[in-house]
Design a protein around this ligand. Structure first.
Ligand code: KG4
Ligand code: ZN
Length: 355
């Protein structure tokens, strides 16, 4: 079965064709980053307008690269939650029109479940149950996965998402947008012990699997104010013929990136390892944009007692292949979405409970 997958929940306009949930025949991602970069964040109105302009060409490109015509597609899957409402509406409406015109099934899928499915596009599926680590620009979820569509959320962020923290720190320091990949790169030239940033006090009781990023974000941003004060002092000293230099230099910027990244990953891993210990689950499947982080991957690789499965980099960020891939499994169960299915801004239906 050849499924066309459409993803427009945020700032990537993406479409793909996947056969039988595994074989990626094409995967087209048109990123809007250059249009949002001047604002250091996604502007919802620009995002939905760009999706509207691009969606036809992106879907056509996905069909062309797969060497298929519209009539060769057996079903359409599209993200309908969670995400920016205007952006979701474009991809979902396009998928509805495609399904209606071709008289083929439509399936609306959850973006976060699709991120958790993404490693299956490249690896043999680890048996259920396993622990899921879902880390993106909008969500941080640690869950127990019992099947492709049944997860129990064990922990989540109590404030900012992991990717959001990378993006906000990068924004304040002027490192670039989006921040995750930039900080990851800069951190490779930095000293992760140069600055000590605090871990949240969340390792006990009902928050044992939760994460929090607002304290870390504030501490890292406050460090910028310290730099500014030092710079002013240095400039005053320089005007008095001193040899003192201005900060932050490139080196200290990389040190900030490395120290922030280490703490951000420590926060995630502390909650994740608590969950692994308490549930006895030793397989971890990661997904979402932050799962591309090289330091997170290296730290998890050190744990010989845990099996960690990551998607290839091309399937970490938002893409249509993960939508088509998970869509196939609903369709094979005989499920269909009505053409009246609506987009939803928030995650729905994950029961939060503690083991
Ligand atoms: O899954 P995704 O593409 O979109 C959402 O569903 O939000 O995730 C985007 C997030 C952004 O916050 C971005 O900064 C972050 O993933 N990201 C990274 C890396 N690459 C992307 N964060 C840390 N390290 C990376 N290498
Ligand atoms: Zn995503």
């Amino acid at each position: 079965m050849k499924v066309l997958g459409i993803e427009t929940s945020c700032d990537e306009c993406a479409a793909a064709v996947v056969e039988d949930g595994r074989k990626v025949l094409s995967n087209v991602v048109a990123t809007q980053i250059p249009f949002h970069a001047p604002y250091n964040g996604v502007v919802p109105e620009i995002a939905s307008r760009k999706h509207t302009e691009w969606i036809y060409a992106v879907v056509k490109e996905a069909l062309d690269r797969a060497g298929l015509a519209q009539k060769d597609i057996d079903a359409v899957a599209a993200t309908n939650r969670p995400g920016l409402l205007g952006s979701l509406l474009v991809g979902l409406s396009f998928a509805k029109a495609f399904a209606w015109a071709r008289n083929i099934p439509l399936i609306a899928v959850d973006h976060m479940l699709a991120h958790l499915y993404a490693p299956r596009l490249a690896h043999d599926a680890p048996p259920y149950p396993f622990l899921g680590l879902l880390v993106s620009g909008g969500h941080s979820i640690i869950c127990r996965a019992d099947s492709f569509d049944q997860i129990t959320v064990l922990g989540t962020t109590i404030d900012d998402a992991a990717g959001e923290a990378f993006d906000k720190v990068a924004k304040h320091y002027g490192f670039g947008y989006p921040g995750g990949a930039v900080i990851d790169r800069m951190a490779q030239s930095g000293d992760s012990d140069a600055f000590r940033f605090p871990l949240p006090n969340l390792h006990k009781g009902e928050h044992r699997y939760d994460v929090s990023y607002s304290g870390l974000k504030t501490a890292v941003i406050n460090q910028l104010a310290l730099f500014a004060r030092k710079r002013r002092g240095a400039e005053e000293a320089a005007s008095a013929n001193s040899s003192a230099s201005a900060v932050p230099s490139w080196t200290s910027a990389c040190d900030i990136a490395a120290s922030f990244q280490k703490t951000a990953v420590d926060i995630l891993l502390r909650a994740l390892f608590n969950a692994a210990e308490d549930t006895g689950l030793s397989t971890i499947v990661a997904g979402g944009g932050v799962a591309a982080n090289s330091y997170l991957r290296a730290r998890l690789a050190e744990r010989n007692d845990l099996r960690c499965v990551f998607p290839p980099l091309e399937f970490c960020g938002d893409n249509g292949a993960m939508i088509a891939g998970i869509g196939y499994h609903y369709l094979s169960r005989g499920e269909r979405s009505p053409l009246s299915v609506a987009p939803l801004a928030r995650v729905m239906g994950f029961k939060k409970k503690y083991p």
